[in-house]
Design a protein around this ligand. Sequence first.
Ligand SMILES: [Ca+2]
Ligand SMILES: [Ca+2]
Ligand SMILES: [Ca+2]
Ligand SMILES: [Ca+2]
Length: 303
Amino acid sequence: MLLIFSCDDGDIIIVQLDFDDTFEACGELVFYNIRENPAESISLQISSPAITLDDLFEVEPISNGSLLVELVNDSIPGTIDGVTNLFNYRSYNSISGNLFCNDVPPSDLQITDDQSSSSGNYLITTTYSEDDNDGVPAEMEDLNGNGDYYDDDTDGDGIPNFLDEDDDGDNVLTSTELIDYDMDDNDDDPLTDPQDTDGDGVPNYLDNDDDGDMVLTIDEENVTQDQNPSNDYTNPNIADYLNPQVATVVDATAYRPHNIEQTYVVTLKVDSISFPTLNQDNFDFGLLQNSGTSDTRTVTPDF
Ligand SMILES: [Ca+2]
Ligand SMILES: [Ca+2]
Ligand SMILES: [Ca+2]
Ligand SMILES: [Ca+2]
């Protein structure tokens, strides 16, 4: 809402730009927020230096050959000049559909006010995080309890446990191994009662020989050699890797691909802006809501 508090000093209108705290992005590159009642938009179009959405979501290995990645651009500052980088407030007769990044704008669209800031700064920040979504909370994957999630790597495959969906590297997913089919203590919580088939005190998701038959789970691929021991059944009622009566060695040749969920939190703020007749000197766009703010990357550790 455009709140007019005072007009008595002439042309300057004291305003408060009132949009919700999320925004979207499109093209190369426009950030915007639209509201329909009243019909208004706020937008930042950046052309110089040119950036793309992919620049905000770009990660790279933290070192040569590392499976761990870090964000390339955690902060992108820039200047609004009203020429190459535009910060605009607009109002309309009405709004239907998306006004931005469309080749053909809505035909009945009329802009009733268009104010472009002649100055200002913008700051785009991105916070990046990852998770393995394996059902074990990250703090429980900090096995040595030192608060450093990166130094716990049970299988030594280069992926720390909190990002590793197969923590013991036996090619059976932790989410599969976590389930206690017996529900020994009947609390229905696999975290306090994880499956431990051979009863050695090491839960299956951290045990690379789940049935204790001295054949590594990863090497119990008697039926199909597909980096998945959980589909190899000699006895139709129990997979070979959980059956100590079957101890045939079929050597694994590779680790399965690992999926890691990626989350990007992108914020945008502008300050020191200057509109022709609006008295507003900063604006907080809030959080980016776009496809791409969550994604999945897939890595396969060297075997
Ligand atoms: Ca690992
Ligand atoms: Ca894990
Ligand atoms: Ca296991
Ligand atoms: Ca077995």
